[in-house]
Ligand binder design. Structure first.
Ligand code: SAH
Length: 347
């Protein structure tokens, strides 16, 4: 069955035509789903019952179910666990910043990229999410918090560029003026560096921010932490970032998780400067969030500062990621994993 929430307005109009309905019905349905954030057809008071019946027969209606919310006592960050129609779980995070509210969504159930420090990938990839399932994480959070979402980051579980077509449709729908109308400039997509899709994305000439998970400043170090680096050489990935900037004019974000004794030395910082120093970029240093399945540790605070300092001296834009909601989550993907495991045990 087609998921009605994954259809663009144009596609929905075509579907209405096929059903012998007036096309303005598409606009009404679209507004119910993507502006009024209806949970179900039931709420759509101005749609005739007969059409609702037809829709129920023909389309699935994605509505993620909130099964758990954890709220940080430190900064109010909320971590949501949602259940999908097929019983899978995904995590999303809501963060309050002074410049607005930001939502971090998942793009897949699990992940097949195998980054060594990441919890989301430990059980591999279950499946990719539909555009409607990505959108509905934002809609459900918006309904639950009663607040407007102004920024969206695709940095939860999954590799967004391993779900390319659905990701693109999601971005178009999220920034559509007939929907939530979130500016593309307020949308960030984070990738481990799937080069051909980074280039495809550049050619779309969107205004979204591309964040690259770098985590190592040489090919060898990066490959130790990220198996995907064996497929795409670090130079090739950085070149794709340059291309993205050329095509879109958007400054690249590099994410660099600092792992104690692994990639946090002054030499690493020096190599990083040489690698990306000529790119219009911003480097986000993330103190690694240790997961129990691996023995990586966070860098010493003074090493983090020294690392930052080195980059600043070379006039590179650098920030240390504020640790939001540290008391509630453990590393990304852990909540979903824990709950999925509990479910399998009790079922
Ligand atoms: N697959 C995408 C997006 C999901 S991960 C990507 O690789 O970019 C979002 C970011 O969190 C990535 O930079 C990822 O490397 C980082 N990350 C994952 N687990 C982490 C951990 N335990 N500590 C610190 N950063 C982590």
């Amino acid at each position: 069955m087609i998921d009605i929430k994954s259809l663009t307005l144009k596609e929905l109009k075509d579907e209405m035509q096929k059903l012998g309905e007036k096309t303005f019905r598409a606009k009404q349905l679209y507004e119910w789903m993507h502006v009024k954030l209806a949970r179900d057809y039931e709420e759509m008071t101005n749609i005739p019952k007969s059409l609702i019946e037809k829709c129920r027969e023909k389309f699935a209606y994605t509505s993620v179910k909130e099964v758990m919310v954890q709220t940080s006592a430190i900064d109010g960050t909320k971590k949501f666990l949602f259940e999908l129609a097929d019983g899978n779980f995904v995590e999303s995070v809501w963060m309050k910043y002074h410049h607005g509210n930001s939502v971090c969504i998942s793009s897949q159930v699990g992940c097949r990229m195998g980054c060594r420090f990441c919890a989301s990938t430990l059980d591999g990839l279950e499946r990719s999410l539909l555009p409607g399932e990505m959108l509905d994480q934002i809609y459900a959070i918006s309904r639950s918090t009663g607040e407007r979402v102004s920024n969206v980051v695709v940095m939860g579980t999954g590799e967004p560029l391993d779900n390319y077509d659905n990701l693109l449709q999601f971005i178009h729908m999220l920034s559509d003026e007939n929907g939530l109308n979130i500016s593309q400039r307020n949308i960030t997509v984070s990738t481990c560096g799937i080069v051909e899709n980074m280039r495809r994305l550049a050619d779309e000439k969107l205004q979204i921010t591309l964040a690259l998970s770098l985590h190592g400043s040489t090919q060898e170090k990066r490959a130790e932490l990220m198996p995907i680096a064996r497929k795409y050489h670090i130079e090739e990935v950085v070149e794709a970032c340059r291309y993205y900037f050329e095509q879109t004019g958007r400054r690249i974000t590099f994410e660099y998780s600092l792992v104690g004794g692994v990639n946090d030395t002054q030499e690493d910082a020096e190599n990083l400067c040489n690698l990306v120093g000529d790119i219009n970029c911003h480097i986000n240093l993330i103190p690694v969030n240790p997961i129990k399945e691996r023995d990586y540790i966070e860098s010493e605070h003074r090493d983090i500062l020294k690392f930052q300092n080195k980059l600043e001296k070379k006039h590179i834009n650098v920030t240390i990621r504020r640790e939001m909601g540290r008391d509630i989550d453990g590393a990304c993907g852990q909540l979903r994993r824990r709950v999925s495991k509990e479910k399998t045990v009790t079922v």
